[in-house]
Design a protein around this ligand. Structure first.
Ligand code: MLT
Length: 259
């Protein structure tokens, strides 16, 4: 159940570190955690600058800094090794975690994410987003992003998911969101590096994800030795929240190999 402070810690078995996307918080994993068996421990913190994470935030937070924060977080929880499960920005952080803390990984789950970096144009848009968030707050972002984040089916049929999505974005502090947006614009390109992936990888993608479309995810999987691709039906970019049943089943099936 959600820790009052800034993380979810549920179950008692093999640790699965769940890392949220931009600009969400750890509660995006709540409904998934309820569907995962006690053989696993779902541990999901808010990232620096988001949710209720108490750490200070500079003007930019780089993906590598988030990764090191997570390694420190694991230390604090007494966890030596985990499966890393990252959604979108959480996946970008996963590549940095792999490069910096590979000895702490059993495997990686990438949900609705990719291995590339921003084009110069996309990075400029990130800076514009950062400026506007700092000036106006995050409410406009929830509105601007919804069509890319949630499947139309979710918007029509799951008002509780829409409300959850809006709450996460709108309650995030502008400073943290701006810093993460800038970090996203400066992230490294991992497309060549993942060709040397030496760990089991599961790539999940919502069948209706327009930001990380299934065909791009399949291309990524084809480049990575030991990677498996699974499509989650009835979901856009937030598969663990839009279709927690199917996502939980796939996450569990993948993680059972490490028990
Ligand atoms: C996310 O969900 O983390 C974002 O879509 C990442 C991005 O904007 O690239």
């Amino acid at each position: 159940m959600s820790n009052e402070k800034y993380f979810l810690d549920s179950g008692s078995g093999l640790p699965i570190l769940c890392v949220h996307g931009f600009p969400f918080d750890h509660t995006m994993w709540d409904v998934l955690a309820e569907r995962i068996s006690e053989d696993f421990r779902i541990i999901a913190p808010d990232l620096r600058g988001m949710g209720k994470n108490p750490q200070p935030v500079a003007d930019v937070v780089m993906m590598a800094e988030f990764a090191d924060d997570l390694a420190n977080f694991l230390d604090m929880q007494g966890i030596k090794k985990c499966v890393f499960c990252g959604l979108s920005m959480g996946g970008y952080i996963g590549w940095e975690f792999w490069k910096r803390h590979a000895d702490r990984l059993y495997g990686i789950i990438l949900c609705d994410s990719n291995a590339g970096c921003d084009t110069p144009q996309a990075a400029e848009n990130r800076e514009r987003t950062a400026q506007r968030v700092l000036k106006e707050g995050t409410a406009f972002l929830a509105e601007a992003m919804i069509g890319n984040i949630l499947a139309q089916k979710t918007v029509l049929e799951k008002p509780e998911v829409v409300a959850h999505y809006r709450r996460m974005v709108e309650e995030n502090a502008p400073r943290g969101v701006a810093a993460a947006a800038r970090g996203l614009g400066m992230r490294r390109d991992f497309r060549e590096m993942v060709k040397c992936m030496n760990l089991p990888v599961l790539v999940l993608s919502g069948s209706m994800d327009v930001l990380s479309p299934p065909e791009r995810m399949r291309e990524l999987v084809a480049e990575m030795p030991g990677a498996v691709y699974v499509e989650i039906p009835d979901a856009g970019h937030l598969a663990p929240l839009e279709n927690p049943e199917d996502t939980a089943r796939e996450v569990e099936a993948f993680c059972r190999q490490f028990l």
